[in-house]
Ligand binder design. Structure first.
Ligand code: DHK
Length: 149
């Protein structure tokens, strides 16, 4: 059993080269290293994944049922479009969901203001860059249900 599943959506594999003025210089590998560091310090195990495919993200969420204690998700562009990911997230019972964004979509183009993830997320962290993932892990460590025996 993994404590926390961390899911990243489309184009986040291109961090570092993707619009660096907006998303910053850190690569996804840097973000993962940051998460592994923080998780280690908190005594949590993590599974860190990225996909450009909506269906793959849906499958991973379905497969996580009963196997994780918390979820961090940056669904990237699917945040604003995916009823499928919203519906999959509703399958996770007693699993706190933290929505993370590197930028703050609410201050960007209007089409980024709607978030389907927000509708089921327990908490949203936006605009803190890669540190948002660290804040999400800290938050989860406080609110996650204890591991089942
Ligand atoms: C990442 C993306 O790829 C965008 O499509 C979202 C999000 C914002 C982020 O800030 O991490 O609109």
């Amino acid at each position: 059993m993994t404590d926390v599943l961390i899911l990243n959506g489309p184009n986040l594999n291109m961090l570092g080269v993707r619009e660096p003025a907006l998303y910053g210089p850190a690569t996804l590998a840097d973000v993962e290293a940051l998460c592994r560091n923080k998780a280690g310090a908190l005594g949590l195990t993590i599974d860190f994944r990225q996909s450009n495919h909506e269906g793959e993200l849906v499958t991973w969420i379905q497969e996580a049922r009963g196997k994780i204690r918390g979820l961090i998700i940056n669904a990237a562009a699917y945040t604003h479009t995916s009823v499928a990911i919203l519906d999959a997230l509703k399958l996770l019972e007693n699993v706190p969901i933290i929505e993370v964004h590197l930028t703050d979509p609410k201050t960007r183009e209007e089409f980024r203001h709607l978030s389907y993830i927000e509708m089921v997320a327990d908490h949203t962290i936006a605009g803190d860059g890669p540190n948002g993932y660290v804040l999400a892990l800290e938050h989860l460590s406080e609110v996650m249900p204890a591991p089942s025996a």
